[in-house]
Design a protein around this ligand. Structure first.
Ligand code: PLP
Length: 377
């Protein structure tokens, strides 16, 4: 979290019904629209990302509705479990956690659904547990090719403001976001970008909801507002985050993430030449620019490496989740991040590989330096 954001939040709350907050929140709603690539309203909930998942489901669906989801990793599994808890029927296209959602499989299933029983296609854009990004434009194209009217629900929690995401161009009906990743804020805010088609579904939805109820929060269907007390100090931070993103320019933000992610991948591939590790993502078109997951060879325990890295360098590597527990470690590279930070992280990992006796090819950090230097020549 950048200092600028922390300092913006470090002030007394103001009257959330007064003119100052009205202006602040309206500027935030506008800024969010440009981050989401939409002219549609983006609502802000005081919640973790789970809340925005829930809001997307309870506003658009009714018990017994069928959702088409793709098994991309731990987060698609959690969203599926939530849908099932609400009495929705999930058709879960199987995946191996090493690839994104398969547009062809989505096309095949939708093309067979002649009665249009599938209410929505729900996809995690960037699967944080695997470092794999689904090719969303191709999923959109698959839905169109099948001529299917399903709603398109997309979790952008670890892609928003780090990688290209275009709600309107890709005709996403509900875009789900969270504050704690590319927006560089603490956890605590979540977002729903809502298309007109999704709003129409909300009129008919039969799932009970109040806290998340789009119609209660935005009675005119156009102007984002609040049902409950807004998280005022988070809005101070959000405003600053949106200002910072605007100053840098969203395209430059995406380019910076692509560059730094490329450097991380160079290092992993270099170290892994002796067979100790490999990128979890098997398709170069899907390698995430916000997080890289690294699969260690069977003889190594990724959690031991993570613990040693933390103990000796104070660098926190994220754990492998579910089936990859102990086998994968993850490097987060999104938000407030630059070359020295990423090179420091890679150096810390390379030092830990040496200390823990992993059979790696020395020089991954240098490979990352070479990659970055080339980008500036
Ligand atoms: N979706 C994705 C892709 C995530 O990475 C996360 C959290 O990391 C979530 C959903 C859930 O968000 P939260 O933990 O804020 O509820």
């Amino acid at each position: 979290m950048p200092d600028r954001i922390l300092r913006a939040m470090d002030r007394p709350a103001i009257d959330h019904r007064g003119p100052e907050f009205k202006q602040l929140s309206e500027e935030c709603f506008d800024g969010l629209r440009s981050i989401f690539g939409t002219r549609c309203p983006v609502l802000v909930f005081p919640s973790a990302g789970h809340g925005a998942w829930e809001a997307a489901l309870v506003n658009t669906c009714s018990p017994g509705d069928v959702l088409l989801m793709a098994e991309t990793g731990a987060f698609s599994a959690m969203w599926k479990a939530m849908a099932e808890a609400f009495g929705l029927v999930v058709e879960y296209l199987p995946g191996d956690w090493r690839h994104g959602a398969d547009p062809d499989a989505i096309y095949d299933r939708l093309a067979k659904d002649r009665d249009h029983t599938i209410k929505a296609v729900a996809i995690v854009h960037n699967e944080t547990s695997t470092g794999i990004t689904t090719r969303l434009p191709e999923v959109r194209e698959a839905i169109d090719r099948a001529n299917h009217p399903a709603l398109f629900l997309v979790d952008t929690i670890s892609s928003l403001a780090s990688m290209d995401f275009r709600m309107d161009d890709w005709r996403v009906d509900v875009a789900i976001g969270g504050s704690q990743k590319g927006l560089m804020l603490p956890p605590g805010l979540s977002f729903n970008g809502i298309s007109k088609k999704a709003l129409r579904s909300a009129q008919a939805s039969q799932l009970p909801s109040r806290y998340w109820d789009w119609n209660a929060i935005m009675p005119d269907g156009e102007t984002p507002g609040f049902l409950s007390t807004p998280a005022i100090n988070m809005f101070f931070g959000l405003h600053e985050a949106l200002t910072m993103l605007k100053e840098e320019g969203l395209d430059n933000v995406f380019e910076r993430h692509a560059r730094l992610a490329g450097a991380v991948r160079q290092a992993i591939v270099h170290w892994g030449q002796e067979g100790c590790m490999e990128l979890l993502s098997e398709d170069p078109r899907e390698q995430s620019n916000s997080v890289t997951a690294v699969l260690m060879a069977d003889k190594y325990n990724a959690d031991d490496l993570r613990a040693s890295c933390m103990q000796h360098t104070n660098v926190a590597l994220a754990a492998g989740l579910n089936r990859f527990s102990g086998k994968v470690f993850r490097i987060g590279h999104l938000g407030d991040l630059n070359e020295p930070m990423i090179l420091g992280t890679l150096s810390a990992i390379e030092m830990t590989l040496k200390m823990t006796g992993v059979d790696y090819r020395p020089g991954g950090t240098t490979a990352a330096i070479d990659f970055l230097a080339e980008r500036f020549n």
